[in-house]
Design a protein around this ligand. Structure first.
Ligand SMILES: *Cc1c(COP(=O)(O)O)cnc(C)c1O
Length: 359
């Protein structure tokens, strides 16, 4: 059997454990609408992440959309061109205009020095991304937001378990949004959450994800259906039990790559925020040019190894976007490749991947 190695592999927890939850769901007869396991997962995640006002939803993209509505955003939103497409497409979908702020060439996060020159009278918020789990310049961004009366939403899709100065990074911003998609380090099959600073905004978001209902037969807001269901929550409860092992195993792979590539002078690596820990969600490598990236990628693909061009293309190049050129984001996008990393990747395969890159 030929083993295909993808950029990541979903962690599937112990099946018997999951089936026990499924049995309980069958017994209760309640499969969605704030059932027992959604309530339990919320509680456990708030404890694990040490946050309050965590609202579970059906996926990370709807979490972003609900966040924009909960904060009543209008007009332009400043965001980063170096992210998964959902960061930008969710804005456009909600009738907002994304305006890009280029990234820092070392951290790959939004360059806060370039924010203020982009603010206009129509700007309502800043939407930075803790890309690959690398914390943004939290304090600098907050100062700019306060001074200019802007909301901050962090796309923290990659930032599960990340701390900034020993506190969850998800506490920052008016809202932080996280994804629990199967490709992320913690997952609920599909899923996501909002972590909301202000209690009233939290209660509003709770209504928004359930059609705007504020009580039986009482509808106060224009809502949507963004609820997490019991099967998703059951998966989350199982995966959460395995987090220590998941992170340890990913860390081992990460260290193999890090040690094996650090002397390769043709490569560049992401510079991590010194105020944050790491969750080993991704291992991005920047090649000297696009040509060498494509050569390595082809070589690996012949061996059934499929790294991914996260993130390519730079989002300012999307067909439905009219933006000035984001020079640094485009440069990094063309040269960056995320190597396979997961808790089930055999360290031998990580060494094999190293050999292909170094030779
Ligand atoms: C995965 C991801 C999303 C979207 O999350 P889904 O749960 O897949 O909808 C948004 N932003 C970033 C940066 C992501 O990586």
């Amino acid at each position: 059997m030929i083993i295909i190695i993808n950029v990541t592999k979903t962690h599937l927890p112990n099946k018997e454990k999951f089936v026990k939850y499924v049995d309980e769901i069958y017994e209760s007869g309640q499969i969605t609408n704030k059932g027992q396991f959604v309530r339990l997962l919320k509680e456990k995640l708030e404890e694990y992440l040490n946050v309050k006002n965590l609202l579970l939803v059906s996926n990370g993209t709807t979490a972003l959309q609900v966040a924009y509505k909960a904060l009543n955003l209008k007009g332009e939103v400043l965001t980063t061109p170096f992210s998964f497409v959902a960061t930008t497409s969710s804005l456009v979908w909600e009738g907002l205009t994304p305006l890009f702020v280029d990234i820092d060439k070392d951290t790959f996060c939004m360059n806060y020095n370039k924010i203020e020159s982009k603010i206009t009278k129509n700007t309502s918020a800043i939407l930075p991304v803790h890309v690959f789990g690398n914390g943004c310049d939290i304090e600098e961004i907050e100062i700019i937001a306060i001074k200019n009366n802007l909301k901050i939403i962090y796309d923290a899709a990659h930032a599960f378990g990340i701390k900034y100065k020993d506190e969850s990074i998800l506490k920052h911003g008016d809202i932080s949004v996280i994804s629990f998609h199967a490709t992320k380090i913690f997952h609920t099959i599909e899923g996501g959450a909002l972590i909301i600073k202000d209690d009233d905004t939290y209660r509003k978001a709770e209504r928004l994800i359930n059609f705007g209902f504020s009580g039986v037969d009482k509808i106060d807001d224009i809502g949507i259906n963004a609820k997490m269901n019991e099967f998703q929550a059951a998966m989350g409860l199982c995966v959460l039990d395995d987090m220590v092992e998941i992170i340890e195993k990913r860390k081992a792979i990460f260290k193999i790559y890090e040690n094996g590539l650090k002397n390769n002078e043709e490569l560049q690596f992401q510079k991590y925020n010194i105020n944050c820990n790491q969750n080993y969600g991704y291992f991005p490598v920047v090649f000297k040019d696009e040509k060498s990236l494509l050569e390595i990628k082809e070589k690996l693909e012949k061996e059934q190894i499929y790294p991914r061009r996260y993130f390519y293309p730079s989002l300012d190049k999307l067909a439905y976007i009219n933006s000035e050129d984001m020079e640094i984001s485009n440069d990094i996008s063309k040269r960056i490749l995320c190597l396979p990393i997961s808790d089930s990747l055999d360290p031998k395969d990580a060494h094999r991947i190293l050999d292909y890159i170094n030779n």
